[in-house]
Each structure stands twice: as structure tokens, then as C-alpha cells.
Design a protein around this ligand. Structure first.
Ligand code: GYE
Length: 305
């Protein structure tokens, strides 16, 4: 050939692996970090040609995007499933078309022979960590708690609720209300405004937000109601994204459980292994930490997201 085509030494030539990635949307800081991590890992430099779709949190649109990928005949499909249910048919179609599917982030209820592998976080354990901290700090005094739930039907909303509830069972923490804020800042703010109207500032002691963005929205609502977040009303959330950590250091949030969004390299490695016919595990769990304000201040400069 005439050179200059950048055949940099590999024996596989410059055939790129075509991958369709069906992302949930762009609801949160976590999601932005996850999207960036995925795009970096599935780059041409790393041997991939990525087609990216963000479904704006619409499960039907996400399934349609996966169907498009199947029709395009991509080499592999990666999905961050918005909701757990409803995947059986399209995953079967991918299987019939011999296109391996790797899930990242959220899980599905479909049988696990319909996908090659999943990489993500233990959402239930995140809920348990948040609940154990709540139980330890507020579990022996009467505590009225409201919950800002993630997207209804999503694995993290379901499992973070279950894990937390289990950890605070038998304590004096009482869940007085729980509604979805869809993992967005606006959603968290609107739902919290409603709670404040209904129960008053004095009727709420604790907010458990399924992600930082909703906690940040709740902070706005609490401040607008003339109260001090982190003091008059305590806040626990999940993710540990930059803005969440800064609010934690500011003592507006009291405790954050981490949820690591940097899954791109792992997902790309799994896709390559699957296509090479190498054996992969069905599940890969990435571990999470948790932070008090003091701990957040110590690590903030070294955080990658
Ligand atoms: O916690 C939230 C995002 O699925 C783990 O989705 C993810 C969650 C994350 O919108 O911020």
C-alpha cells in the first residue's frame, strides 16, 4: 500500500471492531463520566468504531436503538439498560443474529444466557452502606426520612432501596415518603419541594437520595425553604461525583457512598475477549468506597470524576 494508513505494527491490520453502545441518556454527573469513559475506551486508537446512542431515559427508544444496531450488523453491542425488565425479546434477536451483548452499569431481569457478560457496581451493597451509616448516626433517635428514588424500574433504584431498607430495619428511622426524582437534579428539587410543602422543614430529618444529582436538587429546595441542608435536614446520597463531593465537603451533604462510573476500559476488554472467543465471567463487580466530609476533603484532589 502507499503507506500513511497508520498500520502501526499489529498483525490484525486496521480492521476496527464495530460496536453499538446504547446509553441510558444524560441524566446525571455520573452518566457524563460514564459516557466519557466509554467513548475513550471504545476509541479508534483502541481498535473500535463506536456508534453511540443516548435514549434520553426512554426504555422503548433504547430497545429501538439496540434493534438498529442489530440491523446494522455491528460486531458487538453494549447496553446500559435504563430499566431491568423488557429485554428478553431484543436480546434474543441479538443472539439469533450472533451479535454478542455486553451489559455495563445496570442489570436486567432477562436470563443470563441472552448476554455475554455484565460489568458494574453492587447497587444493593451501596444501599446497605448508606443504610448502615444512617442506622449508626440516626437510628436511635426518632428520625423522619424521605427518599428520592432513582428512575422507576431501574436496577440501582430497586437495589439501593432494598439494601438501605434492610440496613435500617428495626431502628427508629421511619420512611415517611418516597418518590422518584428520575436521577436528575431538577427531579430531586421538584420532589423535595413537594415533600417540604407536605411535611414542613420540621417534619423531615433525613433525605436519602439514590444519587448525588437529586441530593443537589434537594439542597436547592431546602435552602429555598429557609433551612440549612446537612444541618436542619441531613442528607445521604450515592455516586461521589465531583459536585456531590464538593457539597459533602461543604457539609451540605453528610455522607456519600461511591458508585464508580469509570467502566469503559473493563467493558472494552470484555468485548475484545468475547469476540476473540476467550472465556469471560458472567459478572464483574467493581468495588465502591464511602465518604464522610473529612474523608472527602482528603481525597478530592485525586478524584478522577
Ligand atoms: O447512580 C446515577 C445515574 O446506573 C449507577 O445512574 C447508575 C446510576 C447513577 O443516573 O447517577
Amino acid at each position: 500500500t502507499s503507506g500513511g494508513d497508520g498500520a502501526d505494527g499489529g498483525d490484525g491490520g486496521d480492521e476496527l471492531i464495530t460496536v453499538g453502545f446504547a446509553q441510558t441518556g444524560s441524566e446525571s454527573g455520573w452518566r457524563s463520566a460514564n459516557t466519557e469513559s466509554m467513548k475513550t475506551a471504545f476509541s479508534e486508537e483502541n481498535g473500535f468504531k463506536l456508534t453511540f446512542n443516548a435514549a434520553d431515559n426512554d426504555p422503548a427508544a433504547q430497545i429501538a436503538a439496540v434493534r438498529d444496531f442489530i440491523n446494522q450488523g455491528v460486531d458487538a453491542i453494549v447496553i446500559a439498560p435504563i430499566v431491568e425488565d423488557g429485554w428478553d425479546d431484543v436480546l434474543q434477536e441479538a443472539k439469533d443474529a450472533d451479535i454478542p451483548v455486553v451489559l455495563e452499569d445496570r442489570t436486567v431481569t432477562a436470563p443470563d444466557d441472552l448476554y455475554a457478560s455484565w460489568v458494574g457496581l453492587d447497587f444493593r451493597q451501596e444501599g446497605v452502606m448508606a443504610g448502615e451509616w444512617a442506622a449508626e448516626n440516626f437510628g436511635s433517635e426518632a428520625t423522619n426520612m424521605v427518599v428520592l428514588e432513582g428512575t422507576t424500574g431501574s436496577a440501582p433504584a430497586n437495589e439501593r432501596a432494598e439494601g438501605f431498607d434492610e440496613a435500617v430495619e428495626g431502628t427508629s428511622i421511619e420512611k415517611i415518603d418516597s418518590q422518584t426524582g428520575d436521577f436528575t437534579r431538577d427531579g430531586g428539587k421538584t420532589v423535595m419541594e413537594g415533600f417540604l410543602q407536605k411535611y414542613g422543614v420540621d417534619g423531615i430529618d433525613l433525605v436519602y437520595a439514590h444519587n448525588d444529582d437529586m441530593a443537589l436538587g434537594a439542597i436547592e429546595a431546602i435552602e429555598a425553604a429557609g433551612a440549612t441542608p446537612g444541618e436542619d435536614i441531613k442528607i445521604i446520597s450515592i455516586d461521589a461525583v465531583k459536585d456531590g463531593m464538593l457539597a459533602l465537603i461543604d457539609n451540605k451533604i453528610n455522607f456519600i457512598v461511591e458508585c464508580n462510573p469509570l467502566l469503559g476500559e473493563l467493558a472494552a476488554g470484555i468485548v475484545k475477549d468475547v469476540l476473540a472467543g476467550d472465556t469471560v465471567e458472567k459478572t464483574y463487580f467493581v468495588t465502591d468506597e464511602s465518604f464522610t466530609p473529612e474523608q472527602a476533603a482528603e481525597v478530592i484532589d485525586s478524584r478522577l470524576y
